[in-house]
Design a protein around this ligand. Sequence first.
Ligand SMILES: O=C(O)[C@H](O)[C@@H](O)[C@H](O)[C@H](O)COP(=O)(O)O
Length: 225
Amino acid sequence: MNVLVSATPQAAATLAAQHLARAAASAIAERGRFSVALSGGSTPKLMYEALRGLEVDWAHVHVYFSDERSVGPDSPDSNYRSAKLGLLDHVGVPAGQVHRMEGERDPQAAAADYAALLPEQLDLVLLGMGDDGHTASLFPDTEGLQAGGRVIANWVPKLETWRLSFTFAEINAARERWLLVTGASKAEVLREVQNGIDGVTGHPVAGVHDATWYLDAAAAAELSL
Ligand SMILES: O=C(O)[C@H](O)[C@@H](O)[C@H](O)[C@H](O)COP(=O)(O)O
């Protein structure tokens, strides 16, 4: 595991934001654009705040999402809305370069349409991890863990809902994957991932390969580093 441990959630978020600004600058210098997929959950909010204060050439940034809930863009549960309020409303990404997943539509059709608009390769997929080891909307004991293709509709029995999600194939095909994970409730899952648990039968997050992990001290507490 490539692990960067910071003292606090704030410091982990600031470090990830600084590295994102740097990754954006080099992608734009080399290829003229930076394509990044954002996630949901509460952890990215501090990173969004930190990013607002950094110098990024937002006009050349293209924003995608690694997952979405079965809701429209105005719902408090929408991952798009959370990124919009936290980041996109404050920086100059042209509206035509922000690609949300349409959680309000028929999930299979929305997943197929989203797969069709993705660029050939994303520069960076930013991910979080749930206490149950899920990442994006790849939850334990769901069919999506074994799905091919780029974007899927994944039925999550324990939440009794559909989610739209990148597949592992899509996540692992990006140039880079970063996991931003903070808090003591994540420590045990991280230890099991480090010990080599499997991504399909164990913790889904273990199906993400060659990731860089941005952790706070509480989340990293049980790792051997
Ligand atoms: O839509 C979502 O819920 C996410 O994309 C999800 O995979 C999230 O990243 C984790 O659940 C972590 O969430 P927290 O940051 O709230 O712990």
